[in-house]
Write a protein that binds this ligand. Structure first.
Ligand code: OGA
Ligand code: ZN
Ligand code: ZN
Length: 357
């Protein structure tokens, strides 16, 4: 006897169906599961079932004669008997995005739910979006975060000033160029979003460079699978230490999800702790690391732009690398802050839902 029901050419296991029973004994009105999956009989049997106009009705075998009714809509939305396609709508990019970054007007974003939704969806899809005409009043960056989520406070404060200072604790706070990097890989969890808001633009230099790390890693996987394999299996340590923080995290430069997709990039030469891989691996690891960073800095991947006053970039810090090219000449002032994807995705999903109703 089968252990599944075929509903519209989609097979559902008995166990899955029993586990997802929507009746009020099995689910709380909030939608959260009450029944305990561990207590279910893994070989549960069906006494009888009927495919009705509205869905599927099941009478379960056993003394309790439990009844389950599934709507057609629920089964359709949750069917799993098909090739699994990635659910995330991600579009990787290279230098062709120069002058073409997804770009939105701050005033439209605050006035219109649909434009705000497009702005947030662009961050999910491309890993970055540019916002123009943001007021240059210091601290406005926190109001921008309020539009979609929550500030991630760190030892750098709720927001940090990217301005050249004496005795900088971090190269970011000097006029020195910064090679393309992701921020704070020495933190766990790492802030998944970063914002940089330009309040004052340098007379010269201080150009922003951006690379889609997912694209760069894809290129490495194509051109040198062994190098890709090293960087996605050998962990390295990132470290930061100042008077008020000692931070350290060990992880791979290229992180893969359980199904082998590139899920995070960590590259930051400033904060890479001394490498201590097995002796026989060191030389080839360096070669792999250099090959990846050459792709990242290379002209096929890199987009450059000079942020104007009132421009703000919001980007995925586990995907898009940012850097600063050429020594900044003259005063330059950015404010930066961190936030996380969960808030952004939630706000985008709520907007989506409002728009569909
Ligand atoms: C940073 C940083 C870039 C810039 O502060 O993390 O990378 O353009 N700044 O100053
Ligand atoms: Zn039930
Ligand atoms: Zn940075």
């Amino acid at each position: 006897m089968n252990n599944f029901i075929d509903y519209n050419n989609q097979r559902f296991h008995f166990l899955w169906l029993r586990d997802h029973c929507p009746c009020s004994d099995c689910r709380h009105p909030s939608g959260q599961r009450i029944l305990e999956t561990w207590q279910l009989d893994a070989d549960i049997k069906v006494e009888s079932y009927e495919i009705t106009e509205t869905g599927l009705e099941i009478r379960w075998a056993g003394p309790q004669q439990h009844l389950s009714h599934f709507s057609a809509q629920y089964l359709l939305a949750n069917s799993y008997d098909k090739p699994q396609i990635p659910t995330e709508n991600i579009h990787t990019w290279g230098a062709e995005l120069t002058g073409n970054l997804p770009s939105y007007d701050y005033n439209q974003v605050i006035a219109r739910d649909d434009v705000k939704g497009q702005w947030l969806d662009a961050v999910t899809k491309y890993g970055i979006a540019l916002l123009k005409n943001v007021p240059t009043e210091p601290g406005t960056i926190l109001q921008v975060v309020d539009l979609f989520g929550y500030v991630r406070n760190t030892n750098y404060g709720e927001l940090f000033e990217v301005i050249s200072v004496e005795q900088a604790v971090n190269l970011a706070f000097t006029p020195i160029p910064l090679s393309l990097h992701t921020d704070n890989p020495y933190r766990n969890p790492v802030p998944t979003l970063q914002l940089l808001h330009c309040l004052e633009k340098a007379d010269r230099g201080g150009v922003t460079a951006l690379t889609d790390g997912f694209r760069a890693a894809e290129i490495l996987r194509e051109q040198n699978p062994q190098a890709f394999n090293l960087l996605s299996t050998q962990a390295v340590t990132f470290r930061f230490s100042s008077a008020d923080a000692i931070l350290e995290h060990t992880a791979c430069m290229i992180e893969l999800s359980a199904n082998g997709e590139i899920s995070a990039i960590r590259v930051n030469s400033r904060s890479l702790a001394p490498l201590n891989l097995p002796f026989d691996m060191m030389q080839s690891f360096y070669a792999a690391y250099q090959e990846l960073t050459a792709i990242i800095q290379g002209s096929a991947c890199k987009v450059t732009l000079t942020l104007d006053r009132g421009e703000l970039i919001l980007f995925d810090n586990q995907r898009v690398l940012h850097g600063r090219e050429e020594q900044a000449v003259g005063p330059r002032h950015l404010q930066g802050c961190y936030a996380d994807r969960d808030g952004l995705r939630s706000t985008a999903a709520l907007i989506n839902k409002r728009q569909q109703s």
